[in-house]
Design a protein around this ligand. Structure first.
Ligand SMILES: C[S@@+](CC[C@H](N)C(=O)[O-])C[C@H]1O[C@@H](n2cnc3c(N)ncnc32)[C@H](O)[C@@H]1O
Length: 291
């Protein structure tokens, strides 16, 4: 049996709608484009295109994966971040648009800082987005990308190669700072740690809960476990006047402020809100040592 693109698009949309997928039309268009190895626009402007039985079968396979709530990013194997293309898979967190807020603030601070070259630590690099965007935007900077997951580091390295910045990024497998020398070597530490409170994990959408790594999401009982480990140790790795930028969740700013206060040696962190008005990024500066 032969189908046209328009017929397959409608069938796919109907199947995804009945499975309760949020954006069935858009996802259907993207799945068709992927199976046809073309772009979404072409799917739309060639509705009468006849699709071979093999490709129709491939579309049905992809549709069932999506109906089972596998995220589109994992089915397609890629996600856009900072208008760049990144490979993603089940071993890494799919980059989120909110993380661009951290990048925007980092870049504006980096442009004010006069030291050259800047040294940046991307802690919990996942797909590598923070180190890679830093290396692309700041042509002379050097980055260290740390993750505990070997598979994530491998994906980050592949992304760095795809963007041609692998020579300026060192990849280190480490449990946070364990294998990062405690010398004041970095101008910036960027970190989007796991910060979802344990009891909220069950409430996450199946696309996230089932398919994204728990180790990238679960922040312990109150979501703050990683911050309690990272903040007290970060100061020893930052040059005086260097910055720690942490992504956080919803209303964690006050508790995070306490963690900085208790650790000592930090400015009062500034909280940047996201477009929904929720706490999103904490920016703290390592205080200059008194001479
Ligand atoms: C929320 S994801 C962030 C990934 C990426 N930076 C981003 O913004 O999309 C957190 C990352 O931290 C890593 N991670 C979790 N615990 C860690 C630990 N103890 N030491 C190092 N990395 C850790 C996870 O493997 C995961 O890749």
């Amino acid at each position: 049996m032969q189908w046209t693109a328009a017929e397959l698009l409608n069938q796919t949309e109907t199947r995804l709608q009945s499975a309760g997928v949020d954006s069935p039309r858009l996802d259907a268009e993207l799945l068709l484009a992927s199976a046809l190895q073309t772009d979404r626009l072409r799917v739309l402007i060639e509705p009468r295109r006849v699709v071979s039985p093999d490709v129709a079968h491939k579309i049905q396979e992809l549709t069932e994966r999506r109906a089972d709530r596998e995220p589109m990013s994992q089915i397609l194997g890629r996600r856009e971040f900072w208008s760049l293309d990144f490979k993603v898979n089940r071993t890494v967190l799919t980059p989120r648009p909110e993380t661009e807020i951290l990048v925007e603030h980092f870049l504006s601070l980096a442009k004010e800082r006069k030291t050259e070259p800047l040294n940046i630590l991307d802690l919990g690099t996942g797909s590598g987005i923070l180190a890679i965007v830093a290396a692309l935007e700041l042509k002379t900077c050097r980055a260290t990308a740390v993750d505990r997951s070997l598979e994530a580091l491998e994906t980050a390295r592949e992304n760095a190669c795809a963007h041609g910045v692998q020579d300026r990024i060192e990849f280190v497998r480490s449990d946070w700072f364990e294998r990062v020398t405690p010398a004041p070597q970095f101008d910036f530490i960027l970190c989007n740690p796991p910060y979802i409170p344990e009891d909220y994990m069950e409430r996450l959408a199946p696309d996230v809960k089932v398919f994204e790594p728990d180790s990238a999401l679960n922040g312990g009982a109150d979501g703050l476990d990683c911050f309690r480990r990272i903040v007290p140790e970060a100061g020893a790795r930052l040059k005086p006047g260097g910055y720690l930028l942490l992504e956080m969740w919803r209303d964690q700013a006050a508790a995070l402020g306490e963690i900085f206060l208790r650790a000592g040696g930090w400015s009062v962190p500034e909280t940047i809100k996201d477009y929904a008005g929720l706490d999103r990024v904490a920016v703290a500066r390592r205080l200059l040592e008194r001479g």
